[in-house]
Ligand binder design. Structure first.
Ligand code: C2E
Ligand code: MG
Ligand code: MG
Length: 710
């Protein structure tokens, strides 16, 4: 009887255990319920199971301990010291150790048949735990694979997996993005070598990096030219990484991430193109021109040859622009560009500086005569009639030429001298070419000669005034002009102020000269006012000596009286150094001018002392940012920062800011961004004679006319 109740208890235990095994979700739940059953169905007073480390999903291996109802509570550490009959059995399965099973009871020792039955149960628990662990691992793995494959499917980057244990690295997997980017279906590429996307475009630097990485089983990145199924090129920013086997030793696969960066590269190429080319004509722009001139000079130096720099300005292009409008005028510029390109060799450079100004650089020249014949050829080619909007139009150009090394050994000098020569052509009837001659600058005239000349110039009325429009960045309209002195020398042509103002200052001639200019400007302003032209402010440059002259205010008062002008029609431009010389006196003088209504501006700001402290004390209305900062504002972060700071600072002091020397749209846009108020520069207009200036005003030329919105 005792025997049979024993047997039935064990049977019940086995059945319960078998049920649990099929229900348990994880190993901990399994052993906890096993312990419960051992105590409740098996009638043991304590049951404990500890699984081996292999089952640990976190740090500790799972374990469970259960005591019978009424049994004092028990800790794991007390298990070994329990004064009860105990049986401990290994959880063994296929010779692996999966942990231990303890059972204890108080009434009788364990006999062999029960020991064997429990050993079988222990083995069964071991087997179940192992199976459960394997099943859960697999499930986790499956989840992970499912997640990964979903990620791969929805990735916008192409993914390609190649086998690296086989010859030629055949593709074993590609994701949908790969198919979309390359145009190939998975079925078309699986089994092919991963190289096929480069086709025969093998001369690519990036390929070497990829090859080396495949050989050395390392990661690599490269941007490659790849080809889609339809043959179209795309830029592939490729990253490859080795996949190692589960021991982390052997590389079995390579994962390649394919990122189609064609748009980005196209954008970069476009930027690069725009940085070096003129958008309208496709010719080199100023930046590229600079490089090309430097290159030509370098080559010429090595081979002892010459370089010719031709600066070409179309004659009366303005008439075409005004008469036909922008689009036809642009078309004309394109045709001119083509004609120019036809006149030179492939190795020469044709550039457009902006507007109707072009530069041709002729390298590897033996004698100046060949440059002259190219200039003549250009003139012939250009003179062929053009049809614009059904009308026959004739284009001519004025060309100034400077030669390396005779007229300068740097690109900048050559361009400047070519420009000067071009101006002489313009002043002498246009449609011609002229070589630069040193006498075109003041160097030609020795000092005495110059002084005598200047005296005579005053007597013979050779001094005139040009006006350069000052334009509001807010409205885009002309709001005034700077009056700039010109000396129209009968032999040399138009001489610019830097060539005679310093001498005039030194010799004191600046006093009568300044008076003459002031008188010319006032008379002109009155004439404009009388003719009904809108009232504009004209800025005049005052030299140091003039400023210190005691009767400047008297002279001004008299001129205002004579012409009936108000003081605010005039702005005086002073430089920092003039004021710095004697700040106290300067302030008195400036106040007196202000009392007459004259506006005051600080010219060439940024080149002098720029002391904020004294600036605050001066009764000035405006600052003019010096050309030298504007020139590189779009190239040099420093200059941009200075310009920006000057504008911000001036505005806090309620000063208007005028930028001078604006030559291109990039400079203009930056100045606008920085909040600059007004500007002047070749971009809008060079200094022009009074009649031409009044035409600009009367025709209402605005920023829109140079292709910019106000
Ligand atoms: P400034 O007062 O700084 O005048 C601006 C100069 O920059 C002018 O040179 C003008 O032609 C030039 N300019 C204007 N826009 C651009 C541009 O976009 N690019 C380039 N490269 N240059 C541009 P200009 O007429 O040769 O006068 C030179 C300097 O001579 C003036 O500099 C001024 O200091 C002085 N000056 C001119 N007229 C007079 C005058 O009547 N009296 C006195 N005392 N000085 C004068
Ligand atoms: Mg000035
Ligand atoms: Mg200036």
């Amino acid at each position: 009887m005792k025997h049979s109740s024993h047997a039935s208890r064990l049977l019940a235990l086995f059945c319960a255990c078998a049920r649990l095994r099929s229900q348990a979700l994880n190993t901990l739940a399994l052993i906890e319920s096993m312990c419960d059953v051992l105590v409740e169905t098996g009638n043991y007073s304590v049951a404990a199971i500890r699984l081996s480390q292999a089952h640990a999903e976190t740090q500790d291996p799972p374990r469970a301990l259960k005591v019978a109802r009424g049994h004092p509570p028990l800790l794991w550490s007390e298990l070994a010291h329990l004064k009860e009959f105990a049986l401990s059995l290994p959880l063994a399965c296929e010779e692996e150790d999966h942990g231990l099973l303890w059972v204890t009871r108080t009434d009788a020792a364990f006999e062999e048949p029960e020991r064997q039955a429990l050993a079988a149960l222990a083995a069964d628990i071991a087997f179940s735990a192992k199976a459960l662990r394997a099943r859960n691992q697999q499930r986790r793995l499956d989840d992970k694979v499912r997640q990964l494959s979903r990620a791969l499917d929805s990735s916008c980057n192409g993914v390609m997996i190649t086998s690296s244990t086989q010859l030629d690295h055949p593709i074993v997997y590609v994701n949908p993005a790969f198919e979309r980017i390359t145009g190939y279906n998975a079925s078309e590429v699986i089994g092919q070598s991963g190289r096929f996307l480069v086709r025969d475009d093998l001369a690519q630097k990036g390929l070497n990096e990829i090859r080396a990485a495949l050989r050395n089983q390392q990661e690599a990145h490269a941007v490659l030219r790849n080809y889609r199924k339809d043959g179209q090129l795309f830029w592939n920013e490729l990253s490859i990484a080795p996949v190692r086997d589960e021991h982390g030793e052997m590389t079995t696969h390579f994962v390649s991430i394919i990122n189609d960066v064609s748009e980005r590269i196209a954008y970069e190429q476009q930027l690069e193109y725009h940085a070096t080319h003129d958008v309208l004509t496709g010719l080199a722009n100023r930046n590229l021109l600079k490089d090309r001139v430097d290159q030509a000079i370098l080559l010429a130096r090595q081979s002892e040859k010459l370089v010719g720099v031709l600066l070409l300005d179309l004659d009366r292009f303005k008439l075409i622009n005004d008469g036909f409008g922008h689009i036809p005028a642009d078309n004309l510029l394109k045709i001119v560009a083509e004609r120019l390109a036809h006149c030179v060799r492939d190795t020469d450079t044709v550039a457009r500086l902006g507007g109707d100004e072009f530069v041709v650089v002729l390298g590897n020249i033996d004698e100046a005569d060949s440059v002259a014949s190219v200039a003549a050829k250009i003139q012939r080619q250009l003179s062929a009639p053009l049809i614009i909007e059904g009308k026959e139009v004739f284009v001519t150009a004025s060309i100034g030429i400077a030669m390396y090394p005779r007229d300068g050994i740097h690109g900048e000098n050559l361009l400047r001298n070519a420009d000067m020569a071009m101006y002489r052509v313009k002043e002498h009837g246009r449609n011609n070419y002229r070589f630069y001659a040193p006498e075109m600058t003041h160097m030609a005239l020795d000092r005495l000669d110059m002084e005598g000349n200047l005296r005579r110039a005053l007597e013979r009325d050779e001094i005139t005034v040009y006006y350069q429009p000052i334009v509001s960045l807010k409205t885009g309209a002309i709001i005034g002009a700077e009056a700039l002195a010109r000396w129209n020398h009968p032999r040399i042509g138009m001489i610019h102020p830097p060539e005679f103002i310093p001498l005039a200052e030194e010799t004191g001639l600046i006093i009568p000269l300044g008076e003459r200019i002031l008188r010319l400007v006032c008379t002109q302003l009155a004439a404009w006012r009388n003719s009904g032209m809108p009232e504009l402010q004209v800025a005049l440059n005052i030299s140091a000596r003039q400023f210190r002259q005691n009767n400047l205010c008297d002279l001004l008062r008299q001129l205002l009286d004579e012409t009936g002008l108000k003081g605010d029609a005039i702005e005086f431009e002073l430089t920092e150094s003039m004021v710095m010389h004697d700040v106290e006196n300067a302030i008195t003088m400036l106040r007196e001018l202000k009392d007459l209504g004259i506006a005051l501006a600080l010219d060439d700001f940024g080149t002098g002392y720029s002391s904020l402290a004294y600036l605050k004390r001066l009764p000035i209305d405006a600052l003019k940012i010096d050309r030298s900062f504007v020139r590189d504002i779009d190239q040099q972060a420093d200059d941009a920062a200075i310009a920006h700071a000057v504008i911000a600072m001036a505005h806090t002091m309620e000063l208007r800011v005028i930028a001078e020397g604006v030559e291109n749209h990039e400079q203009l846009e930056l100045l606008r961004k920085f909040g600059c108020d007004d500007f002047q520069g070749f971009l809008f207009s060079r200094p022009v004679p009074a009649e031409e200036f009044s035409l600009l005003v009367l025709n209402g030329k605005t920023l829109a006319d140079i292709g910019t919105k106000p």
